[in-house]
Design a protein around this ligand. Structure first.
Ligand code: PLP
Length: 405
């Protein structure tokens, strides 16, 4: 029996692009995790200090979340069997939405299968072709895709440039269409915080809808990890708050918080909600337990920030560019180490791995050309010893490869 189809000419254009990536030195193979997503774990058969995951609070394998998933599986089975609007809304899905709404201090919440589908489904459905989207140039891909799906006119403002956003708003002030301002709460590649308060004030002034994507802020910023709206204390001024359940929360999913009418509208019109099956009960149960942990174990968030300060200071005093020279200043547990060249970055990341540190190289097109970086992300479960070891590995690889003089 033949299974190989790679010699067929229909997909030859893909093979050519793969070849090009290999020549540029930015082709990668997926690293395979062989045990749990943890601070020290095994990828491709090698024990490494893991500086690459979004498991900010170590919840991916918290015993209480594990227990919740198992109990829900025993009680309700493994699948939901339908989309939410047909027959796939289980009691536990509603409990999760109520839990998040109470935590975020909003009227209502809808949970999607992922943060990606929350953004794409929401932006894509609340606007139409006569409307306008004002979007930060570094916003997440799912926002960009949602904006395209909405067919609204997209105006991109320079990164965190509130004055530029206002200029663009003025240009369309007399247009009848609705205007939506959208920013990430925390930007995933540079770790800087969006000017949510200032943009919300602008939205107020121009009667625009304000939307924030808090994927990297959920569980990280604000009281008990309530996110950037709480961090800036702009409760009631952000119409659409998106968050993820896939990063600090440790499970999978995305959510939108806002008014009862917004959520009812999304129940009726958001395409991933209507046309894609809801979470297994175990996922909903896991996420419910995670919000209890945010309330009951705030020390995890404190440890996360302590580790962040320690790690950033270590890298800085060793002489690394951790952002702020040619890229934005990191203000969160996302700490990029900027190397610039794509090939050099990928080689650096590979050498780190061989030295026992997992930190992913990220190059064009995920970040701009010339701003390739090894991105490190802190979590609450790293010990001082392993951070010291990781820093030694960074320094010795950098000296050997000429990254540091
Ligand atoms: C990761 C991320 C998402 C997508 O969230 P998932 O739950 O992983 O689909 C959306 N927005 C931003 C800013 C992100 O970093």
């Amino acid at each position: 029996m033949t299974t190989a189809t790679s010699s067929r000419p229909q997909l030859a254009h893909l093979t050519a692009q793969i070849e090009e990536l290999k020549q540029r030195g930015t082709y990668f193979k997926l690293r395979i995790l062989e045990d749990e997503q943890a601070a020290i774990c095994t990828y491709d058969g090698k024990r490494v200090i893991n500086l690459a995951s979004n498991n900010y609070l170590g919840l991916c394998n918290h015993p209480k979340l594990r227990e919740a998933a198992i109990a829900a599986t025993e009680r309700y089975g493994v699948g939901s069997g339908a989309v939410r609007t047909i027959a796939g809304t289980m009691r536990i899905h509603m409990e999760l939405e109520e839990k998040i709404a109470a935590f975020k201090n909003v009227e209502a919440c809808v949970v999607f299968q992922s943060g990606f589908s929350a953004n794409a489904g929401t932006v894509g459905s609340i606007l139409g072709k006569d409307d306008f989207i004002l979007s930060d140039e570094l916003n997440h891909a799912s926002i960009i895709d949602g904006a395209r799906l909405s067919r609204a006119k997209i105006k991109v403002f320079r990164h965190k440039d509130v004055a530029h956003c206002e200029e663009l708003l003025k240009e369309i002030e007399n247009e009848p269409g609705k205007k939506l301002i959208i920013t990430d709460g925390v930007f995933s590649m540079d770790g800087d915080i969006g000017p949510v308060d200032k943009l919300a004030a602008l939205a107020e002034k121009y009667g625009a809808i304000m939307m924030v994507d808090d994927a990297h802020a959920s569980g990280v910023l604000g009281r008990n990890g309530r996110g950037s709206i709480d961090h800036f204390d702009v409760h009631g001024k952000v119409d659409v708050q998106v968050g993820t359940l896939s990063k600090a929360i440790g499970g999978l999913g995305g959510y939108v918080c806002g008014s009862r009418d917004l959520i009812d509208y999304l129940y009726h019109r958001a395409r991933p909600f209507l046309f894609s099956t809801s979470h297994p009960p175990s996922v909903a149960a896991t996420c419910i337990a995670a919000f209890d942990i945010l309330q009951d174990e705030p020390e995890r968030i404190e440890r996360l920030w302590e580790n962040t300060r320690y790690w950033k200071a270590g890298l800085e005093s060793a002489g690394f560019d951790v952002g702020g020279r040619t890229t934005p200043v990191s203000e969160t547990p996302i700490v990029p180490v900027i190397l610039g060249d794509g090939r050099r970055t990928m080689e650096f990341s590979k050498a780190l791995f061989e030295g026992g540190v997992m930190a992913t190289g990220i190059a064009f097109p995920t970040v701009p050309e010339g701003k390739a970086r090894v991105r490190t992300i802190m979590n609450s479960e790293h010990t001082r010893e392993s951070l010291d070891t990781a820093l030694e590995v960074f320094t010795s690889v950098a000296k050997r490869t000429g990254v540091l003089g």
